[in-house]
Design a protein around this ligand. Structure first.
Ligand code: ASP
Length: 342
């Protein structure tokens, strides 16, 4: 017997629901009801689906932490009424949003599935229908009366990934996302193949809790050959700066020049947290493996291990809002909280 699940579909915007502006030819967000009319297939699904939309749907390039809170509060307010949540979101910042929601919800016991598309739902060759329909089916998966997925996922082009492991890798291909350091949770073929061992296991005795605080006093800095000293000094001297995600080379390597290391050291001694993540799409930071990262380790740079830049940024905003001492921050950041690092 099939289980009928109650699913809440939350529309935030993105290409999936866009139409072409007659005058400019640019894609812009449109009305959610029109979007639903383009998917009569939704009525054929076994699940009961309710929908809710941002008053003003956005292109996800306009995503901000207060929108993350808006999405999270919709879910929190309806948490007991629904078995799963599907969020329609633009692909540009979907990985950031999925990561943020994963940290904001502690002890999640139901699925929150992000999806979107590369082509609008009204386009003949759209990828939107498969992405949306399968996301709803995955959100409705149950075993022994309980949701199978109990984490924040991202579904795109036949694969469900752990949301906080993803990154957008292609602006053209339907396969727009990758999860370089973690296996897919579900693969969609003739059947939905669930990778049970890879799923996040909830602690059912603990209540689901929403953390509302996110601190945006952060900077994301990608180092490059020739990085300018005065520019870096300028950014790092910002008075209310609290945290920096430093995108380094390879396994966490950076210039060994004295001015560079001294500047980071001075910044850390002011209480600013610096986290080292790699610019590489896959693999991990391993400070101390090369001479070019040994200094970073010594001066107290936090290792991001194999976390994505998107998840590192979200995790930093989440932890900074908790007013931890730098020492405790380092310990917690270097620990996997929601399966975001190995
Ligand atoms: N610019 C769009 C957005 O992120 C792209 C997409 O939806 O795929 O909202």
């Amino acid at each position: 017997m099939k289980t009928i699940a109650n699913i809440l579909l939350i529309y935030t915007g993105g290409t999936i629901g866009m139409i072409k502006d007659f005058e400019t030819g640019a894609l812009k967000a449109f009305n959610f009801d029109e979007l639903l009319q383009n998917i009569p297939e939704l009525k054929l699904l076994d699940h009961h689906i309710d929908t809710i939309s941002f008053d003003r749907p956005i292109d996800s390039s306009n995503m901000r932490p207060d929108f993350w809170l808006q999405i999270a509060e919709i879910i929190e307010g309806k948490y007991d009424e629904y078995d799963g949540f599907v969020i329609l979101h633009g692909s540009d910042t979907m990985s950031y949003s999925a990561a943020a929601l994963s940290f904001m919800f502690e002890n999640l016991s139901k699925p929150i599935i992000f999806t979107g598309s590369q082509l609008p739902i009204g386009d003949l060759r759209t990828d939107a229908k498969e992405n949306l329909i399968t996301s709803i089916q995955i959100a409705g998966l149950q075993k022994h009366g309980r949701p199978v997925i109990t984490e924040v996922g991202l579904y795109f082009e036949y694969k469900l990934y752990r949301g906080n492991r993803t990154t957008k890798v292609n602006a053209e291909h339907f396969q727009a996302f990758a999860s370089p350091n973690y296996v897919p949770l579900v693969e969609s073929g003739v059947h939905l193949a669930v990778n049970e061992v890879a799923l996040w296991k909830p602690n059912r005795r603990r209540k689901t809790k929403l953390h509302r605080g996110l601190d945006d006093q952060v900077a994301l800095i990608k180092i490059f050959p020739g990085i300018n000293r005065s520019l870096l000094e300028h950014i790092l001297s910002k008075e209310d700066l609290k945290g920096v995600i430093l995108e380094t080379y390879g396994s966490g390597n950076a210039p060994t020049e004295e001015w560079f290391v001294d500047l980071l050291k001075k910044t850390i001694s002011r209480g600013v947290i610096i986290v080292n993540v790699t610019q590489c799409i896959g693999g991990s930071v391993a400070m101390g493996q090369y001479e070019t990262s040994t200094q970073l380790k010594k001066i107290g740079v936090v290792t991001g291990k194999d976390i994505t830049t998107e998840a590192a940024l979200a995790k930093m905003m989440y932890l900074l809002a908790q007013d931890l001492s730098p020492k405790v921050f380092k310990t917690i950041f270097e620990t996997s909280l929601r399966g975001e690092m190995s």
